[in-house]
Structures are given as structure tokens and as C-alpha cells.
Ligand binder design. Structure first.
Ligand code: MN
Length: 344
């Protein structure tokens, strides 16, 4: 998979790599980007810069510990010597303030991603996707392994950390091969304890308050006498609130947060066979995408997000949440029906 990337670098026209992360970049995105930069530099002297519109807390801690900084302003670019790679990104709207730069960049663009659906695959010059990898860090680990390139101890630790983050400490996207790759990283000096420490977060007071406040705005519906669908809205920490609702016992949740220029939605699902919250949010976004709003959605079966810009009125937000519940029902019964057809 990464052989094409390897050949692309070796072809030698490009000397600088501009790596873009999704907004509020998480450890999977950041660690994969640093590792990709170092790998590219080992293949052939290629400088690299990493860009992100904001970082999450674990990501900031990693950068602090390594004494690294990432870019928040765009450089002057030369489209002959620079090339762009987006990492852990399924669509341009996830780029935040760098969206229009990447959209309009006329040089070579590459996308490396592990999401279930990626809307850049037909747009970029080279798309490297692996939805079974569990994390972008695991994709990069496999690339080091397949290309016979040795990751440094620091890079190995970062790759362990990024995979642990995205897999929720080996709960999702984890197979026997994951542990083989973990052993590969540990043999190259990766430190498991350090990797785990990067991810230890004390929730801030405001995050805990967001979780408590969301309770007041929860709407729930029981489906098929056994599944609990919950929607909620909050000012911030929508993905944390969504996770906490799953922890509380919801089966499928959708939490929205109103921002100045957009609405951000976060969906989570807990173990309902054949139901993908990523598919549901893609469908939901497509229905709210019109002359007034730009809506995009996507992600994984178990966790996904959506954005609508500009931020819609409360009325439209209510419709959106109602429609989410309807779509869950539609997808759920469609699955039930196709199951019974298969078994008959
Ligand atoms: Mn990821």
C-alpha cells in the first residue's frame, strides 16, 4: 500500500512535505504525522511541516514532552517542490482554517486515512486507505514494517500511543496483527508505559460540567423494545458528552454543539450489529446539504461526526435531531429485514 508513497518520494521532484491534521487533532493524527514525516525523511531527505487548526489536550502534552511545535500559519509554498498529505482526515471540512488551502493546492496531494468512508479518495493524487487498521498510526507502523525502515524509539512510542488512543486501548480495530505490530514497535525501543501516560487525562471542570448539563437536554427513544437512542445538545465537548452517554447506557447517541460559524455533531454507537453511525451521519448530512447549508458527515461504524455551516437555527437543529432518530430506525429495520431475507 505504501510502496506507491515510497516511489513517489523517491521520484525526487518534491523536497518538502506539508502534513495536515484534522481540527482539534488527536494523538492518532499527530503521532501518525510525525512518524510519516520521519519515515519520509529516512527514505530521502524530505523536510516536513505539520499543520493543525487546534489540538486536543493529550496532543498538546505529547508536543510539550517532545519539545516540538506545529504550524498554525501557512508558509509561502512552491507547488513544484512541496506536496501535501492529509492524515486521519475523511473530508476537507475537517481541516478547519486550512480547508481552502488544501482544497486549492495545485501541487500533489496524498490522503492517508483509516476511516470507513473517505470523500477525498477520488480527489487526491494518491489515496492510501485501510479501514481495518484501527488507526492511522497502525497504518504507518505497517508501512515502516513493510518498507523495512526502522522507527526510532521515540517514533515507536508515539505510534503505540496513537493506536492506543484511537482503539480505546485495544478495544476497537484490534486483531492479532495489532499485537504483532506492537511487538515490532517495542523491539524498536517503543515504551508502552510512556505511550499510555500521554493519554492520561484528568477531565477539566468545564468538560465535566458539559457532561452534567447535557443531561438536562437529553431526548430519548426506545427502539424495538430494547435499544436506547439518545440525542442531546451542548455548547462544547460534544464528543466527550457522546462518549459519556454511551457509558451511561445509551446504545446510540447524537450530540450537537452550536459554534459561531457551524454546528458540530458527534455520533456514537455501542455494539449494534450491522448498524454504522458513520453511514447514518453521512446520510443525515446529505439531507441537510442545500443552498443554505454545507453539511458533511462521516467516520467509523462506532464513532462519527458531522459539520453544518453556517450554524442553523434551533428549529433546524431540532429537525436534525428528530431526523437522526428516524434514520436510526430506518437503518435498523432495513438490517433486520435483510437479515431475515438471508436466513430464509
Ligand atoms: Mn484516527
Amino acid at each position: 500500500m505504501f510502496h506507491e508513497y515510497h516511489e513517489f518520494i523517491l521520484a525526487g521532484e518534491h523536497t518538502r512535505l506539508l502534513i495536515f491534521l484534522h481540527h482539534s487533532a488527536d494523538p492518532d493524527a499527530l503521532c501518525a504525522a510525525i512518524a510519516l514525516g520521519e519515515m519520509s525523511n529516512q527514505v530521502k531527505k524530505v523536510d516536513y511541516l505539520i499543520y493543525s487548526d487546534k489540538l486536543n489536550r493529550s496532543t498538546k502534552r505529547i508536543l510539550q514532552d517532545l519539545d516540538l511545535e506545529i504550524e498554525s500559519q501557512l508558509p509561502i509554498v512552491d507547488e513544484h517542490s512541496d506536496f501535501v498529505v492529509t492524515v486521519d482526515i475523511a473530508n476537507f471540512s475537517q481541516l478547519g482554517k486550512f480547508q481552502s488551502f488544501v482544497e486549492n493546492f495545485e501541487g500533489s496531494r496524498i490522503s492517508i486515512d483509516h476511516h470507513h468512508t473517505n470523500q477525498l479518495d477520488k480527489i487526491v493524487d494518491l489515496y492510501i486507505g485501510d479501514e481495518n487498521a484501527g488507526s492511522t498510526c497502525m497504518m504507518i507502523t505497517k508501512a515502516f514494517h513493510a518498507l523495512n525502515i526502522t522507527p526510532s524509539p521515540t517514533i515507536s512510542t508515539l505510534l503505540i500511543s496513537g493506536h492506543m488512543y484511537d482503539s480505546r486501548r485495544f478495544l476497537h480495530g484490534t486483531t492479532e496483527e495489532t499485537f504483532e505490530m506492537m511487538i515490532f514497535l517495542i523491539q524498536n525501543g517503543g515504551k508502552f508505559i510512556q505511550a499510555n501516560e500521554y493519554l492520561q487525562n484528568q477531565m477539566s471542570l468545564s468538560e465535566r460540567i458539559a457532561r452534567i448539563k447535557a443531561g438536562k437536554r437529553n431526548v430519548y427513544k426506545i427502539l424495538d423494545k430494547k435499544l436506547l437512542i439518545v440525542t442531546s445538545s451542548i455548547a462544547a465537548f460534544e464528543s466527550s458528552v457522546a462518549r459519556s452517554l454511551i457509558g451511561t447506557g445509551a446504545d446510540i447517541v447524537f450530540v450537537v454543539a452550536k459554534k459561531k460559524d457551524e454546528l458540530r455533531g458527534s455520533g456514537r454507537i455501542s455494539g449494534i450489529d450491522g448498524l454504522s453511525v458513520g453511514d447514518i451521519l453521512i446520510q443525515l448530512a446529505s439531507e441537510f446539504n442545500d443552498d443554505t447549508y454545507t453539511a458533511t458527515g462521516g467516520g467509523h461504524n462506532a464513532a462519527a461526526g458531522m459539520n453544518i455551516a453556517p450554524c442553523p437555527s434551533n428549529n433546524v437543529i431540532n429537525n436534525l435531531q428528530d431526523r437522526f432518530i428516524e434514520l436510526v430506525e430506518e437503518y435498523y429495520y432495513k438490517n433486520q429485514f435483510s437479515d431475515s431475507l438471508e436466513s430464509s
